[in-house]
Design a protein. Structure first.
Length: 494
């Protein structure tokens, strides 16, 4: 059920567990810093562009989004789409494209396009989750490359993972990822491990708050022609990742949320961030998992993550810069392990072949292209093809001859649509000399214009041979389709 902003239910989403939300939000804010910087580099912009975007998007979606506790910020999925625009036209066109992407997402919310998620099968969702888990892990490998990091890094990552998984046995009061960050930071500072990579090595943190400014681009048709393709791609990919992450968080928290409201929230967030020097973003499955597993359940966790990210960057930048990357790498490894659906590996032996193909194809295309939209699109298309093939095989056609009355009755059972019309057409013997032919559709259903055309063709061929032909047993829905799509109303009986 959609929650209206300001309603009692909406307010409860802010204050249900403030202590847990604040602590989990702090963990997320710390983990967002290196990722926002990395995504800025991918997009070809200054680190502050990604950091400003992450702060603003998180805070705006906390207020207007449809999924409490889900984290939205600058992401790799949207960053990879912006590099060409930045190289060819500069940062200001990127900001304009971000604003337009927000408008497109608002339009998607108005048109309720979030409902297309109903057509994403469980196999595609599993493939999406597994692919993201693999990408999250692969993204940590540069910080584990022995050519670029000192050997002590591996010991620190192992220690951080031990703290993350073992500390909850001692206490769950403080999120274990936060404890890991504090322990490793204190250890590296205390032992003087200056060779260990830190957050400061990723790039300079901003020293001032973002300021409102219109994108410095000509407001004309040429600008629209330049940014529209990028804005459309960003809007589609952003909504796709956000809605799929939303569904995952719904399952993790055993709760429901509004897809339409999430479209609005993402649209408003991107629209606003473009005016404050930030690039477009969307929901992040990794950070959302960190938030939920750290105890975050309400909107306060998301808002606090964005606010604390701003405070950490602007006010506490020198201290934050000393956090060892090993701690954040360990957190993301924990996220990738927790995100991956390990049960799906065991189910490869028991699940239908078509489901396995869809899942593996989704994983493969996402990992190979690093483009979530391509992988999910391939998975959805394969799901549709396999489903159509399965339904088409259900169609059964039998015939019964009444030689005395020179009558043949064809009985159709199942679904008649584009994938089954070939079998339908081949079932009839148009050379047989008969007085009458009856096509019984009592146990069949007509779905589309292909099936209507096939029925009209069969009737026309029989009649061309001098045979009286009619259809019987049409249900009301099939009758309506024939009346609407048919070039003529075939003779029918009941």
């Amino acid at each position: 059920m959609t929650l209206f902003i300001g309603s009692a239910a909406w307010r409860r989403e802010w204050i249900r567990a403030p202590r847990a939300d604040l602590l989990s939000g702090l963990v997320v804010a710390l983990a967002l810093i290196p990722e926002a910087i990395a995504f800025s580099i991918i997009a070809g912009v200054d680190p502050k562009v990604g950091l400003y975007a992450s702060c603003i998007i998180a805070m705006v979606t906390a207020v207007f989004g449809g999924r409490p506790a889900m984290i939205s910020a600058a992401t790799a999925a949207t960053a990879v789409l912006m590099g060409t625009l930045v190289r060819e036209h500069g940062l200001q066109y990127l900001l304009a494209a971000t604003v337009l992407a927000g408008v497109i997402q608002l339009a998607a919310g108005a048109l309720n396009l979030g409902q297309i998620m109903r057509f994403v099968s469980k196999s595609v969702m599993t493939g999406f989750v597994n692919a993201l888990a693999i990408l999250i892990f692969l993204a940590q490998l540069p910080e584990l490359d022995p050519r670029h990091v000192p050997p002590v890094t591996y010991a620190l990552v192992a220690l951080a993972l031990a703290v993350i998984y073992l500390f909850p046995r001692i206490s769950r009061t403080i999120p274990s990822p936060l404890v890991a960050i504090l322990v490793l930071t204190a250890l590296t500072l205390g032992l003087g491990l200056d060779t260990v990579h830190t957050v400061a090595d990723m790039g300079a943190l901003p020293s001032e708050l973002p300021a409102f400014a219109l994108p410095q681009v000509p407001f004309n048709l040429h600008t629209l022609e330049v940014i529209l393709p990028y804005s459309t791609a960003v809007a589609v990919v952003g909504l796709l990742e956000s809605l799929m992450t939303q569904q995952i968080v719904d399952e993790m928290t055993d709760s429901r949320s509004s897809r339409r409201q999430e479209c609005y929230g993402q649209g408003i967030a991107n629209f606003v961030t473009g005016f404050f020097g930030g690039m477009a973003g969307c929901a992040m499955i990794g950070q959302s998992v960190i938030n939920v597993t750290s105890g975050g359940r309400g909107r306060l966790s998301t808002a606090f993550a964005g606010a604390m990210l701003m405070v950490l960057c602007v006010a506490l930048g020198p201290w934050v810069g000393r956090i060892p990357m090993a701690a954040l790498v360990a957190i993301m490894i924990m996220v990738s392990i927790g995100t991956f659906s390990w049960r799906s590996i065991a189910q490869l032996r028991t699940m239908p072949l078509s489901s396995n193909v869809v899942m593996l194809a989704t994983v493969g295309f996402v990992v190979l292209t690093h483009n979530l939209a391509i992988g999910v699109l391939v998975g959805v298309l394969l799901s549709g093809i396999f489903f159509a093939g399965k339904i088409a095989r259900l169609t059964e056609i039998t015939s019964r001859l009444d030689a005395e009355h020179r009558l043949r009755v064809y009985t159709i059972r199942g679904q008649i649509f584009f994938a089954s019309v070939e079998d339908f057409n081949q079932a009839f013997d148009f050379r047989e000399k008969l007085e009458r032919v009856v096509i019984d559709l009592t146990q069949a259903h007509i779905w589309d214009i292909s099936s209507v055309a096939a029925i009209e063709r069969a009737l026309a061929k029989f009649r061309a041979n001098g045979t009286e032909a009619k259809i019987v047993g049409l249900n009301r829905a099939s009758e309506t389709i024939i009346e609407r799509l048919g070039s003529e109303t075939p003779a029918a009986g009941h």
